[in-house]
Design a protein around this ligand. Structure first.
Ligand code: GUN
Length: 295
């Protein structure tokens, strides 16, 4: 039997309706709406699409979003000065600096200049450290969104063998931490991994964020596995392709995410969830448990 498709787009829409209702209720009670500042440096075409999607999603749920589109030549000190201003701005709860940044800007300096309570990407060492110590606050959006998507399968993840392909700070590394917290036995694969097919064959749960079109061959997939494909590779013919051979993998797996319409919408929804969380902490002065709004 072919795999069930994990429809991230549909699940994201359901969660966003709950977020909208929460925000409407706060505003009806006389509060200002949550505010998100999105900073983009330069005009990387993929980043422009991501940033537009984030802005549209904010509008849909009632989050005020302010876009800063900055010259690719902006000095690092000027970017940090803007972040300092936003750190202090009373109407802004979340700050997101879209990556990648131009080569003359040190990405780590930028990430660390964001106030941890407003770090809705969850990339600040404080937030990543909280995740590593199994008491997360603001969680990196893609792994957070994937965990919510997995929840909808109602499969108990405890004890599963999970393989993560790709170990970036944005996706792979925090994904490994999320899966450890969930009780999986975790394998990290990267460029220097010598036997990738073996690690894939062992995986009950396979998460691929390598940025390499169809790197994972369908025949490597363990029958009955759950496959999460984070890849978004634009081919010369304009087609979007994931990091997994979709059709071949689908014939072996139990669950698989499509590209597009799988992980992407869940990442955006996790950003909205994080922004609502930051708003509750900073503006409403409550300390909610971080969870998506459909629970
Ligand atoms: N670039 C690619 N993914 C992301 C993300 O999740 N957040 C930011 N800020 N930049 C990205």
């Amino acid at each position: 039997m072919p795999a069930q498709i994990l429809n991230g787009k549909r699940i994201a829409e359901q969660i966003q309706q709950h977020i909208r209702a929460r925000i409407d209720a706060h505003v009806a009670n006389g509060h200002r709406p949550p505010g998100l500042a999105v900073i983009m440096v330069g005009n990387d075409p993929a980043s422009e699409i991501y940033v537009r999607n984030k802005h549209l999603a904010c509008e849909k749920v009632g989050i005020f979003s302010q876009l800063y589109q900055l010259s690719p030549l902006i000095p690092e000190a000027s970017l940090i000065a803007l972040i300092d201003e936003l750190n202090a701005a009373p109407n802004i709860d979340g700050i997101l600096v879209q990556l990648p940044l131009p080569a003359h800007i040190d990405r780590q300096n930028i990430i660390e200049s964001i106030r941890p309570e407003k770090d809705v990407d969850g990339f600040h060492p404080y937030n990543l450290g909280r995740l590593a110590q199994q008491s997360p606050l603001l969680r990196p959006c893609t792994p957070f969104g994937i965990m919510e998507l997995l929840k909808t399968t109602e499969i108990d993840l405890k004890g599963l063998t999970a393989t993560v392909v790709g170990t970036s700070n944005i996706v792979g590394l925090p994904m490994l931490l999320e899966l450890l917290i969930a009780g999986c036995t975790v394998t990290a694969c990267h460029r220097l991994t010598t036997n990738l097919p073996l690690a894939v064959q062992n995986a009950d749960l396979l998460i691929v964020a390598a940025g390499s079109p169809e790197l994972i061959k369908g025949e490597w997939v363990k029958p009955g596995a759950i496959i999460i494909d984070v890849g978004m590779n634009r081919m010369d013919n304009g087609q979007l392709v994931g990091d997994v051979e979709f059709e071949q993998a689908k014939s072996r797996a139990a669950y698989i995410t499509p590209v597009p319409g799988g992980v992407g919408p869940m990442t955006v929804t996790a950003l909205l969830t994080n922004t609502l969380y930051a708003y509750k902490t900073l503006h409403l002065k409550t300390s909610p448990i971080v969870k998506m709004e459909n629970q």
